[in-house]
Design a protein around this ligand. Structure first.
Ligand code: 13P
Length: 256
């Protein structure tokens, strides 16, 4: 069986001053020790990317942006292209986060354009999907997730190939920043569904290699049980990624 390397990713959202971001990156860099068995990633705000890149240069931490535009350049006031992200040192980009979907009207069709552009450039997309509380209560979770996957990854379907480096993240909207974590069983059920979707849409090999992260109130005290589930390959962490000690303990979850 293919062994997937776990990833612990910190999504800093619109938080931290430039100095705080650099200091946090340094704390994480020195605190994580030998992380060869866990990939570590941070996603600072755009304006902090280059400075954080400088602060993590000696470490094994990957750098991601939280969003991008799908065009390479042009008259798109206020937007940032994937190429610009690469010039700032990014290797990854978070796409389709629920806050972008719900607060900024980003549709799965738009996410698909971004995924396509990121893949073209060689930026690894971390594509987020997840249902709202209302959708879960209406027992529509699987339909919603399937539709988000079908539309957000339509470019891969058209190519009949999904790069195995692609990362997916299941983030139930009702668990983000609320302190309500999906139980390991609830999360695993959806992760399994996503892996099955990859298998049905592409093939078994791709399904066994693509990592699926869980996001939504992941904390040092619940990460270990989530990570014991077979289809949970890591965590996409908001609040608990903003403090050096809690993020370092998340990365070192095996030692707890
Ligand atoms: P919290 O960990 O603060 O719930 O945020 C999760 C998230 O949205 C990560 O992308």
């Amino acid at each position: 069986m293919f062994e997937r390397t776990p990833m612990i990713a910190g999504n800093w959202k619109m938080n931290l001053s430039l100095d705080e971001a650099v200091a946090l990156a340094q704390t994480i860099g020195s605190g994580i020790g030998d992380t060869s068995k866990v990939e570590v990633l941070v996603a600072p705000p755009f304006t902090h990317l280059a400075a954080v890149r400088g602060a993590i240069d000696e470490s094994r931490i990957f750098l991601a942006a939280q969003n991008m535009h799908w065009e390479m350049s042009g008259a798109y006031t206020g937007e940032i292209s994937g190429r610009m992200l690469q010039q700032s040192g990014c290797t990854h980009v978070i796409l389709g986060h629920s806050e972008r979907r719900t607060l900024f009207g980003e549709t799965s069709e738009v996410v698909n354009l971004k995924v396509k552009a990121a893949s073209f450039l060689g930026l690894i997309p971390i594509v987020c999907v997840g249902e709202t509380l209302e959708e879960r209560e209406a027992e529509r979770t699987f339909d919603v997730i399937k539709e988000q996957l079908d539309l957000s990854l339509d470019n891969f379907k058209a190519d009949q190939m999904m790069p195995t480096t692609t990362i997916l993240a299941y983030e139930p909207v009702w668990a983000i920043g609320t302190g309500k974590t999906a139980s390991p069983e609830q999360a695993e059920e959806v992760h399994q569904f996503i892996r099955q979707w990859i298998e049905n849409t592409f093939n078994t090999g791709t399904a066994s290699q693509v990592r699926i992260l869980y996001g939504g109130s992941v904390k040092p005290d619940n990460v270990k049980t989530l990570m014991t589930e077979p289809d949970i390959d890591g965590a996409l962490v908001g609040g608990a990624s903003l403090k050096g000690d809690s993020f370092v303990s998340l990365v070192r979850y095996r030692e707890a």
